[in-house]
Design a protein around this ligand. Structure first.
Ligand code: MN
Length: 650
């Protein structure tokens, strides 16, 4: 039995069909959809699903999903018929005769995928290959296959445990990445969460409980943050289309914690709020309003409008601190067109645009074609698998141990990152590496596909130098911890109340840190720039305040936090800029400020009639204004720059 429903009878399912039929628009071939439903029902009449329900409930559910993604009549028919050839006496020829060549070819594609997936040898690779090859001919096959898999995952609970785990692993390894690659994010998230639940039930339960017990609890929390944002928009009389909260999926939260050794408290995007607006320039104006009213995390700002992801995804992401829920929230800003693409991926094109209109579409599925071409020339499964996996994960490398286990690392990772990724002990005792058979030092950067062996020394230990070239957080944290433990015992800290009465933190409240102190190496003058270096862990977490100019603070590998003196000057500096259009200019500008630890009080921008952008930036006086001005003038896209002082009334 499915978790939420009782077993449906054929009458219940017929009612479901009528409901589905009712929402289909007249431009679809509704008559044929009804005939096809009756045909498939009859064909499957002797079969039940593992849930005990008449089999037709499954093709109907898949057809409903396919329709909601915006696919066409042909796809709905193919979804209704997708298991007929495989599970009944009816042949592919008969389908083609009755429903046409196009429907027949899609059903053939889907039948083949299933045929290979059932074959025990080389199961995964073959299934993957068939999915891709079939769908490169007609991408509707791929979308229907993903809906088919999603419905099977939703009803997986009734299967034998070993079967559940096998199917869940296959889903995680093959289908979720495909959903991501073509931009079907909501399907990807659900596939991941469902797989996670069966692959690692204990951890799934743990994350679920940690992340605010129930979904409704999370939604309530989110709604508070949504209201807070809406208020800011209303005050600015900013018109928007929608403001919607979305709790992040469990699996991505788990992955963040696992990959970066983070705690729940360190994850910035447990919550996300999506705002859709009317135009691209509205996206940037809105970003200005948000940054003006909320404290933002500068390194979390991503401009995917100027720099879209390979699958075409566009949005601005920024993370702010919501006082209403006392927690960081990721804000995604996009236009409605961008939203449609993000939600429905390539399927959006069937709904909103004809294919001929959109040249970008060709680019988006070009990767599939490349894979096809490649496949013609090479027949080796392992190579094929490697190639596919590299292509799926743009920023990640796939490396291999001598035993052919796969290790996934970010681009630019080194031999030492690899060693720590295999095992902490191997990392700590690492001496040299062997990459594709050739000896090398630990700082060598790796490339996707490298086979890496680590040569260890029983008495080896981490060195301070290692911190200069490791890339992954895991390695950095492990090295730092080992070094720290060896060097100093428990730190002896005194809290300097006098100093902190005149300090104000930009991002977090001081109470997040139990201990804080002045660095002995620095002299402090009121209003001179200072920076906090975060040290210690858990209860011993502390902030050490340094002058920005102090070498100890400059070269620390610890996390730094911007600090301000409590009494602000009553003046603001206003930069008025005119900018020529250039991809990524917002990022360049914001990076300039971030790199100097200068916080921007507000940004406003609008597109001028001639296509240039006018932008106003304000910051507190005394924040390296001369340096910032010089650097801004060096940017080739800055047409003009005026500086004004503004009196600021508290
Ligand atoms: Mn099926």
């Amino acid at each position: 039995m499915t978790e939420e429903n009782k077993i449906k009878t054929i009458k219940d399912i017929d009612l479901d069909f009528e409901k589905f039929y009712g929402i289909i628009k007249p431009e679809f071939d509704k008559k044929t959809i009804r005939i096809t439903y009756e045909y498939a029902k009859k064909a499957h009449r002797l079969q039940n699903r593992a849930t005990g329900e008449p089999y037709i409930s499954h093709p109907l559910a898949v057809a409903t999903m396919v329709h909601s993604l915006g696919l066409d009549t042909i796809s709905i028919l193919a979804a209704l018929l997708h298991d007929v050839v495989e599970d009944t006496e009816i042949t592919s020829g008969e389908i083609k005769e009755k429903f046409g060549e196009e429907v027949g070819l899609i059903v053939d594609g889907l039948t083949k995928i299933d045929g290979f997936a059932k074959n025990k040898s080389d199961q995964k690779i073959e299934a993957l290959r068939k999915v891709l090859l079939a769908s490169a001919k007609d991408i509707r096959i791929l979308v229907i296959k993903l809906c088919d898999r999603l419905h099977n995952m939703r009803t997986l609970g009734v299967m034998r445990p070993d079967k559940k785990e096998r199917i869940a692993k296959e889903t995680m390894l093959i289908y979720a990445p495909i959903a991501q690659k073509i931009g079907l994010y909501s399907i990807k998230w659900e596939l991941e969460d469902l797989s996670f639940k069966y692959i690692n039930p204990d951890m799934y339960q743990f994350v679920k409980e940690k992340v605010h017990m129930t979904r409704s609890d999370r939604e309530e929390v989110l709604n508070k943050a949504v209201d807070e944002i809406k208020k800011v928009l209303d005050i600015n009389k900013f018109s928007y289309k929608t403001v919607l909260g979305r709790p992040k999926n469990f699996y991505s939260i788990y992955k963040k914690i696992k990959d970066n050794a983070k705690t729940f408290e360190d994850i910035y995007d447990l919550y996300a709020i999506r705002i859709t607006v009317g135009s691209i320039s509205d996206c940037y104006t809105l970003l200005g309003h948000i940054h003006e009213k909320f404290q933002a995390f500068p390194d979390r700002l991503k401009d995917y409008i100027a720099n879209p992801k390979l699958n075409g995804y566009q949005s601005i992401h920024t993370t702010i601190f919501s006082k209403a829920i006392n927690c960081p929230v990721e804000i995604q800003i996009r236009t409605e067109d961008m939203h449609k693409l993000a939600e429905f991926g390539v399927a959006a094109h069937w709904r909103y645009k004809s294919l001929k209109e959109d040249k970008k579409f060709e680019k988006k599925i070009a990767w599939l074609r490349e894979v096809m071409l490649w496949e013609k020339e090479h027949k080796d499964n392992d190579e094929f698998m490697k190639l596919l996996r590299f292509d799926f994960f743009e920023d990640e490398m796939f490396l291999f141990t001598p035993k052919n286990d796969v290790i996934v690392l970010p681009e630019n990772a080194t031999v030492l990152d690899f060693a720590y990724s295999v095992h902490t002990e191997i990392g700590e005792r690492a001496l040299k590496g062997k990459v594709n058979g050739a000896m090398c030092t630990l700082d060598k950067s790796l490339k996707s596909g490298d086979i890496v062996e680590i040569i260890t020394n029983q008495n080896g230990k981490p060195s301070e130098k290692w911190l200069k070239f490791v890339v992954t957080n895991k390695a950095r944290i492990k090295i730092r911890n080992t070094l720290h433990l060896k060097k100093s015992g428990p730190a002896n800290i005194t809290v300097d109340d006098e100093l902190f009465s005149t300090l104000k933190l930009k991002i977090k409240s001081l109470s997040d840190f139990k201990k804080s102190r002045k660095a002995g190496c620095c002299e402090f003058k009121y209003n001179e720039e200072i920076v906090g270096v975060i040290g210690g862990k858990g209860k011993d977490k502390e902030i050490v305040v340094h002058s920005v100019e102090c070498d100890n603070a400059k070269f620390t590998i610890n996390e730094k936090i911007g600090l301000k003196w409590k009494e602000m000057k009553t003046k603001e500096i206003v930069f008025e800029l005119v900018l020529t259009d250039k991809i990524g200019l917002l990022m360049d500008i914001l990076n300039l400020f971030a790199s100097r630890n200068v916080s921007i009080n507000s940004i406003n921008s609008k597109v001028l009639r001639n296509g240039d952008t006018s932008m106003t930036l304000t910051l507190e006086e005394g924040n390296h204004v001369e340096v910032i001005e010089k650097k801004l003038r060096e940017f080739s896209f800055v047409r003009s720059l005026k500086i004004k002082k503004k009196l600021f009334n508290f």
